[in-house]
Ligand binder design. Structure first.
Ligand SMILES: [Zn+2]
Length: 199
């Protein structure tokens, strides 16, 4: 993640896509480049330091992969299946994620901060030490997951299920919620407001 180079266009501060000197906006044949990257990724089980920041992706199947230090920040991710994959230090900040499957994933130290996530499932996942601060979720499902030490600070949660989750040390400070289902989850071990006694 930290080795990403900048786009070579003057005054562009965006990171260059993997295998290119340019960011997605300045790459003239971005669609073909992204397609070629997909072909490469499809043949790999372990994907390290891939930068797909800002790209539009649709219909990719990325199941049973291991992602380390990858960036999808600001990407528009539609209909992607990431089920049974492992994520470490991956970035989905300010993504638009629609109709995705993150079933049974194992994610640690990842960030979805500021992402708009709709019609997406994270069922049965290990989501430990992740950042969902400022997310907007609509019709999402985190049920049967462990969310230990994951943060949803200032998030807006709508029609989203957290059924039978482990919410120990999960932070839901200053959230707004509409039709959120917390059934069978240990909400008493999560933080919904800070009190002096907790810290
Ligand atoms: Zn650029």
């Amino acid at each position: 993640m930290y080795s990403f180079t900048s786009c070579t266009v003057n005054d562009c501060n965006t990171t260059a896509l993997s295998g290119s000197d340019f960011c997605v906006l300045h790459l003239s044949d971005a669609a073909n480049h992204i397609k070629a990257l997909y072909e490469t990724i499809r043949q790999q089980k372990t994907i390290k330091n891939i930068n797909l920041a800002g790209v539009p992706l649709d219909g990719w199947i990325l199941k049973q992969r291991q992602f380390f230090g990858c960036s999808f920040a600001g990407a528009q991710l539609n209909n992607i299946d990431w089920s049974d994959s492992v994520f470490r230090m991956c970035f989905f900040d300010f993504c638009t994620i629609k109709n995705a499957q993150f079933c049974r994933i194992d994610a640690q130290f990842c960030s979805f901060a500021g992402a708009a996530i709709s019609d997406t499932t994270f069922i049965g996942s290990e989501l430990v030490h992740n950042n969902f601060n400022g997310v907007h979720t609509v019709r999402c499902n985190f049920s049967n997951s462990s969310l230990y030490n994951t943060r949803f600070i200032k998030s807006q949660l709508a029609e989203t299920d957290f059924i039978d989750c482990d919410l120990k040390k999960t932070f839901f400070l200053d959230i707004s919620q509409t039709s959120v289902n917390w059934k069978f989850s240990n909400t008493q071990e999560a933080y919904f407001e800070l009190t002096g006694a907790d810290f």
